[in-house]
Design a protein around this ligand. Structure first.
Ligand code: SF4
Length: 269
């Protein structure tokens, strides 16, 4: 008598974890989850620059006529769209306060209503006043003294100023003071992590260090690279990425072809 077949309990496949957040282009997804070598990272970083410069051209960043206006804009742009900053800057200009010495002579309470359009205006008024005091204590500019400071020391001093985080400090250094530093913003972080150059959740300083290690130490290039990342982030690399139209995902570009093959080769080395 044939042995009775055991009735097995069919195992159900575990449900697949839902992917959180936006996805990178499908064909680069597997590669993005593994570590890449510095050689490949450098190649991809330079390729990103070339691929963006080609369709986009030079951005002539940052919008602002004077170092003071750029510094003021760098504070006002925190957590708001640039069009709101423009309205606040126009309002400061109309009041004759579009300079750091002039702002240092005012109180935060006097500044706040003028920058209402930029949002968080009470907070930003205190920050703006602190930054104005840093550059022009008591309303007397100390730009000449600041210009003689080493960049690292100046960055530290800016970071110790009320309301100045790394993005604001680096924006001021590069675009207002012409110092060699690299600005990282939300767009930069998205492009870098979605293309697997660094892991998700990488911190500001790690991303900045990666760019300063691999991009030629040249102020014009640092300036332009950040502006190009802002451009691609604003138009394509949004919270929901628009890879189909993005220059970084064209069929002939690195994201879907050569460099990603290089990534795979490097991993098997
Ligand atoms: S939108 Fe562009 S930059 Fe962002 S993940 Fe897609 S291809 Fe990359």
């Amino acid at each position: 008598m044939p042995a009775k077949k055991k009735r097995g309990i069919k195992k159900r496949a575990a449900p697949r974890a839902r992917q959180k957040g936006p996805r990178a282009p499908a064909d680069v997804q597997p590669a993005t989850r593994r570590p890449v070598s510095d050689t490949v990272r450098r190649r991809v970083i330079l390729e990103i620059y070339d691929r963006l410069l080609d369709p986009c051209g030079k951005r002539n960043w940052w919008p602002g006529q004077t170092p003071d206006e750029i510094i003021i804009g760098a504070v006002l742009t925190q957590n708001t769209a640039w069009r709101n900053v423009v309205r606040a800057i126009d309002s400061l200009k109309a009041a004759g306060l579009l300079s750091l010495p002039a702002l240092a002579r005012e109180t935060p309470e006097d500044i706040a209503p003028l920058i209402r359009a930029s949002g968080y205006f009470n907070l930003k008024a205190r920050r703006l006043h602190a930054v104005a005091e840093f550059f022009a204590p008591g309303g007397r500019s100390r730009m000449a003294e600041i210009e003689s400071q080493e960049t690292d020391a100046l960055r530290e001093a800016l970071l110790a100023t009320h309301g100045v985080g790394p993005e604001t400090a680096d924006s001021i250094l590069v675009y207002a003071l012409g110092r060699l530093s690299f600005v990282v913003d939300t767009y930069t972080t998205r492009v870098v992590t979605r293309h697997g150059l660094l892991a998700d959740g990488s911190r500001y300083e790690a991303i900045r260090a990666m760019f300063t290690r691999h991009v030629r130490a040249d102020l014009a290039m640092y300036n332009e690279y950040h502006a190009l990342l802002v451009w691609v982030g604003h138009h394509y690399c949004k919270p929901k990425p628009q890879c189909a139209a993005c220059p970084l995902a064209r069929r002939s570009c690195f994201a879907t072809a050569a460099a990603w093959r290089a990534l795979a080769d490097a991993r098997s080395e």
